[in-house]
Design a protein around this ligand. Sequence first.
Ligand SMILES: [Zn+2]
Length: 621
Amino acid sequence: MDLRATAEAPSAPHLRDRNDIPDRFKWNLTHIFSDWHEWQTAYDELEAKISKYAALQGTLKQGAEHVLAAMKLSDEIGQLTYKVWYFASLRYDEDQRDNQINAKRQQVQILFAKASQASAWFNPELLAIPLPTIQKWMAASADLAVYRFALEDLYRQQEHVLDDKGERLLSLSSRFSSSPNDSYSALSTADVCFPTVTLPSGGEVTLTYGQYRAILATHRNQADRATAFTEFHELYTANINTYASLYHGVLQRDWFHSQARDYRTTLDAALHGNNIPPAVVENLIETTKAGTDPLRRYHRLRKRVLGLDTYHVYDTTIPLVDFDRKYAYDDVLEWLPASVEPLGRDYQAQMREGLASGWIDVYENPGKRSGAYSAPVYGVHPYMLLNYNDTLDAVFTLAHEMGHSMHTLLSNAHQPFVYSAYTIFVAEVASTLSEALFLEFMLARATDDRDKIVLLQHAIDGIVSTFYTQVMFADYELQAHRLVESDRPVTADGLGDIYFTLMKAYHGDAIDYDDLSRVTWARIPHFFSTPYYVYQYATCFASSAQLMKQLTTGSDTDRSTAIERYLALLKAGGSDHPMTLLQRAGVDLSKPEPVRAVVDQLDDLVTQLETAIDHLKPRSM
Ligand SMILES: [Zn+2]
């Protein structure tokens, strides 16, 4: 999971054939199954177990051992599913041009659909048994009590489930609920006609989103960036009333579902699944708005260093210095375990072992899936897909995915299967903390000011995009949803005003505003596809900033307590609600401290950047 989409890179000149890449740079999937024959045997076993599960329907009310039997069989199905799915899916990602493997992958997806039909009876049948009865059964059976949190949470979720008639009505509405987002995708992607633009410095370019970002990140000529910005945003301006109407559809749909299920607000409805109090989001927004000083300082510094008379949103991503250092993968293999020294020897040793044990598919090859991920293959070990290209971004991506993988490793080792998976609300804590430790390590060993500047800008831009921007987005979503909750009109002008006012509240006089920025909300796909989702990146980032502070400052005793608590968080997987897990690790997201830790972190990084730039001054930038 990574929010920072990288600018479109030119394709590598010499893409090696997969067979020419040495095995030590490829993941070893024989740890899952030795061959397709073994996979097929497991697939057949999985299919048999799914039928067996369907046959349990009607048995739960007979007593504790029947509920236990269903839970255990469900675990067996789940464990086998990880291996059967990932073997096909990871093999497919090695070369997505392979139709035979794609067919096997689809075969698993069809089995998933069968499995979900075969288990649909479970929740209603369980919930027909009063909770006190289940609790009595759990008190008498230690084996069943393992499932306490999972079972009790089903009853908690039940609070907003309607009667059969109501649920049927709501399920009928699901057929058109996705319509505003489908239309948005069609308008912004399928039907869009990207303009071909002549840049002031010469050269024509077709302005896809990737090209737009690439120009902002690589063209030193400000006029080029301004042209790209104007042309790209005009695309949205041309259809802005249609975008507003589609977004109005999203807002009304959310409000309809919230009211139908008897939630006070759309925010309450969105947070109920993870049992997050709405005060967390409100606190996140308020505390961040009060902590925009270092953000503004960073932009003023950029304006000065870049030597610009006016400084616009399209000037915010161009690198401060030119830099082309390459980071050899073998060096990173040494650095990464060294960077997690603050987490203790065991953690380091486990990471070293993972790095040497066929977990990672390192290099790009023809047909390979792009991007990067960590795949939690339960019962085997985590696997990581990379497209490592020796850049600083690639190094930090590895640190990020390694954080997810260590989380998976510890969670799987310490939790029963039912709690081995963790929610996104805690997932990005481990990955961002891993990146933060790696940054500290790299900064400490950087001797060249230019190296330092590049590292600092990378870290600061990460905080701006995964924290400040996401909080601003959450603020926008909240204000927009409140329009429909209080029967106010939703228009393109109104939405533009909300967005523009927010930009000014965050950046003050540190940037020069362009009226075209009013339409920016229309080009954020998350607003249409997954409302109230992105704030979780920000809460994760805040949690990790506070944990980082606890892990690296204070007395020896304080630090070793912090390490224990952090490792306990990773080992806890999904065994409780995320807020409870984080509280045990010393992070209370209903308080301002975690957000202040991010603000302090940014403040410190900007100060370091100012110092490094002043050192560099005598020479040319
Ligand atoms: Zn991630």
